[in-house]
Design a protein around this ligand. Structure first.
Ligand code: SAH
Length: 350
């Protein structure tokens, strides 16, 4: 049997598939993955634990047994948190076989084998019923299926399926909701990652500027997100043209629809300039009250709160298809389109 493994091509940056033999050592994949960074993200871990404890308590207060579905259990961490919080039983689903095998060992070593069943399947393959993987539908849904863009790891179709087939109506979800925020900016530095500016060269016969043909310069290219550490971006490198606004949010405790859609918000230009970039990030509320919030907001949004360093979740830079001059006070309309896995933006005058 041969196995395909994803690898980033260091020259082009694109993902490519390499064929590996049967005896391929998967430990390399785990080492290369972002599991370690995620597991060291204390802010994330503490808030998940608070959210899970609160969800288990709410279910118990209703006099129900707490049955947890943990989709994408990885090391089993969130299921073990749920078991420690008093959950009666956890179904821990993990599609990646070497990780599922590790989870079985970790769960056993920590003494949770009687409370946690690790299932090595994609969640959409999981069956429910007396002879199924799960005896009954769960009433607590715990997941951590998010990437920097929130939906790029397939959270939406996974939730859509889980609500249809794996959890009870009115279940508790940890996180309870996610919200995506945007801010319009002008930034020559960020725009230069997408645009071909004239290139300065020193030739024998003097200095020259190489200019790309206008078709090339005006080509918007494929809309795609660029993940960066906005906390490393000096304030002098961009100028904010709008306030931070909420673009869309997803309530994970209700049925989720993954089909392509769009969201539209009204913005007011707070400054005149060239609208080039949409900066975006998200936060997750671990409980319905919104008291347990884990945010990716950059430094200028919450200047007083301590920032958690993390590489597994950063912030997003989206390039508008073309730059739009905007005037202070002007009303604008920003549209976010999304399919099941990605988001892209366009700007219009209101
Ligand atoms: N819950 C762990 C790991 C999160 S990483 C933690 O919080 O520390 C996400 C994991 O989900 C990965 O191991 C990935 O293989 C798995 N995964 C993603 N989508 C899945 C799905 N639909 N079904 C089963 N596993 C999934």
């Amino acid at each position: 049997m041969k196995i395909f493994c994803g690898r980033a091509n260091p020259t082009t940056g694109s993902m490519e598939w390499l064929e590996e033999g049967e005896d391929y050592d998967y430990h390399q994949e785990i080492a290369r993955s972002r599991y370690a960074d995620m597991l060291h993200d204390k802010d994330r871990n503490v808030k998940y634990y608070q959210g899970i404890r609160a969800a288990v308590s709410r279910v118990k207060e209703r006099g129900e047994k707490a049955i947890v579905l943990d989709i994408g259990t990885g090391t089993g961490l969130l299921s073990m948190m749920a078991a420690s919080a008093g959950a009666d039983f956890c179904y821990a689903i993990e599609v990646f076989k070497p990780m599922a095998n590790a989870a079985v060992k970790i769960v056993e070593k920590n003494g949770f084998s009687d409370k946690i069943k690790v299932i090595n399947k994609h969640s959409t393959e999981v069956t429910v019923g007396p002879d199924g993987d799960m005896q009954c539908r769960a009433n607590i849904l715990v997941t951590e299926l998010f990437d920097t863009e929130l939906i790029g790891e397939g959270a939406l179709p996974t939730y859509e399926h889980a609500h249809k087939y794996l959890v009870q109506e009115g279940c508790e979800a940890v996180p309870h909701r996610a919200t995506v925020y945007v801010q319009l900016v002008e930034s020559r530095r960020m725009w230069s990652w997408k645009k071909l500016f004239p290139i300065h060269v020193e030739a024998e016969d003097g200095e020259k500027f190489l200019v790309a043909p206008s078709e090339m310069e005006n080509c918007p290219g494929l809309p795609s997100v660029c993940d960066i550490q906005l906390n490393q971006m000096p304030a002098s490198d961009f100028s904010t043209l709008s306030d931070v606004v909420t673009m869309f949010s997803v309530d994970f405790s209700k049925p989720v629809q993954s089909a392509s859609t769009y969201y539209r918000v009204q913005l007011e230009a707070v400054k005149s300039g060239k609208a080039q970039i949409v900066l975006s990030w998200w936060d997750i509320d671990m409980d319905p009250s919104g008291m347990i919030n884990c945010t990716m907001a950059p430094y200028w949004v919450n200047p007083t709160s301590a920032l958690q360093w993390r590489d597994h979740w950063m912030q997003c830079v989206y390039f508008l298809p073309r730059e739009e001059p905007v005037v202070q006070g002007e009303r604008l309309c920003l549209t976010a389109c999304r399919d099941q896995y990605s988001v892209w933006y366009s700007l219009h005058r209101a």
